[in-house]
Design a protein around this ligand. Structure first.
Ligand code: ASP
Length: 414
């Protein structure tokens, strides 16, 4: 009997926490050669486990699970911060969530099971394709990840998923198996959000703590608190109250759908305005270049920038002071790196606000934070040749804004 079916067979007879503890022992018990007796599960590519019989009146939602604290197994029911992240299986977790049959036909795909920081960029490439693939047959996708790099994983999806159907990323600050965990409620409310269809065309949104954020704008602000995700300056898009998804504003990306450029809004022009040029099916994952982040501080040295340039890093994001400034030494190192062909994006370490200006191979990242700008620079470098092309794509998506006046009656009197 496979490891997976072992766990499934135990479900119903013993609580999930006990089943998972046994599963953990099975996974980590070394074999004779010192290797784990049961190799890690292969990545699934086809969604499985329809949780309940399909109800044709309800939308279908696929949960693509990657692990994190949500799938965490705690040492005790009160060890809020002592737990093994990425341990429980989504199929088993969904079986413990009540009332899903009122919301959606839910299936799941166990993409992986580890902490968010453990995923490589190449794995995020695969994750993005898995999400688009699931959206061919589902009305919406929920992606579960750890919260540490959720804003990065989410923005990677935001930039690359081709379908405008809802993609909702969620996780938890407390593991599944402690009292007062936010894991079950976050999973449920993320499915409610995806099933509502109300975030179609929004790009990837993040739902945690009942709040819905544009993943482009959100950031993790606390290492432990459950309201850790905040969107500086712009605020939340809406929230989930007792099965009701209440959207209060649209992100610029969704508003751009209404930019008609002289014609009526059709699916074709909506898609043209909405889609990024970063279609991963057109490149190999090995083409995604290395991009690093330089954090500026008082009299910061430039050695890290020199070393990255020498190591073949193609892009560097600077998290500068105030409106993006970096030290003299860092600035000289940046000049040397530009001569060597490295491209730069300037951000601010302040936590909010925009960076403008820059010229040549130094691009302003507008209101993107450094970790978001890093992913956009990676995409712009992978999909373009030469400074001018990279710069144009980077700036278009960094300074994403909407002007929907073309879709509305003119109010000019003269
Ligand atoms: N270390 C965990 C992770 O990012 C934390 C979390 O899941 O919230 O995977």
């Amino acid at each position: 009997m496979s490891f997976h079916r072992n766990v499934a067979a135990m479900r119903g007879r013993v609580p999930l926490a006990v089943a998972a503890a046994v599963a953990l022992m099975l996974v980590f018990l070394p074999g004779a050669d010192g290797a784990p007796a049961h190799p890690p599960q292969a990545v699934q590519t086809v969604p499985k486990s329809v949780v309940r019989a399909a109800d044709e009146a309800l939308p279908t939602v696929t949960v693509v699970a990657t692990g994190g604290t949500m799938a965490g197994l705690s040492d005790t029911p009160t060890s809020f911060q002592r737990y093994r992240a990425g341990t429980l299986l989504m199929e088993d977790m969904l079986a413990e969530v009540p009332n899903l049959d009122e919301v959606a036909n839910v299936n799941s795909l166990q993409f992986g099971n580890k902490g968010s920081g453990g995923y490589t960029i190449a794995e995020l490439y695969d994750l993005s394709l898995a999400v688009d693939n699931a959206l061919k047959t589902s009305d919406g996708v929920v992606v579960t990840t750890g919260t540490d790099t959720m804003e990065e994983i989410g923005y990677f999806l935001d930039l690359t998923v081709q379908s405008p159907k809802p993609v909702v990323i969620t996780g938890a600050m407390r593991p599944w198996t402690v009292i007062g965990s936010d894991a079950q409620a976050n999973l449920f409310n993320a499915i409610v959000t995806a099933a509502s269809g109300k975030t179609a065309w929004f790009g990837t949104v993040l739902m945690l703590n009942d709040e819905i954020h544009a993943v482009r704008d959100v950031t993790k602000t606390s290492s432990y608190r459950m309201d850790t995700f905040q969107t500086p300056e712009l605020g939340i898009l809406g929230y989930v109250d007792d099965l009701k998804v209440r959207i209060m504003r649209m992100p610029a990306r969704a508003l751009r759908v209404f930019e008609t450029r002289g014609s009526v809004v059709t699916t074709a022009n909506a898609l043209r305005n909405w889609r990024t040029p970063f279609d991963l099916t057109t490149i190999d994952k090995a083409e995604l270049p290395r991009v690093e982040i330089f954090y500026n501080a008082q009299e910061a040295g430039g050695e890290a920038i020199d070393a990255w340039a020498a190591a073949g890093v193609e892009g560097i994001v600077t998290a500068g002071t105030g409106a993006g400034g970096i030290s003299g030494a860092a600035s000289q190192a940046r000049n040397r790196a530009v001569q060597a062909g490295v491209m730069f994006a300037s951000t601010t370490r302040t936590g909010s606000g925009s960076v403008y200006g820059g010229s040549g191979a130094v691009f302003p990242a507008d209101s993107l934070n450094a970790q978001h700008a890093r992913l956009l620079l990676m995409m712009a470098l992978a999909f373009n040749d030469g400074v001018e092309e990279v710069r144009a794509d980077f700036i278009e998506w960094a300074s994403l804004q909407a002007d929907i006046t073309s879709a509305l009656p003119s109010l000019r009197t003269s």
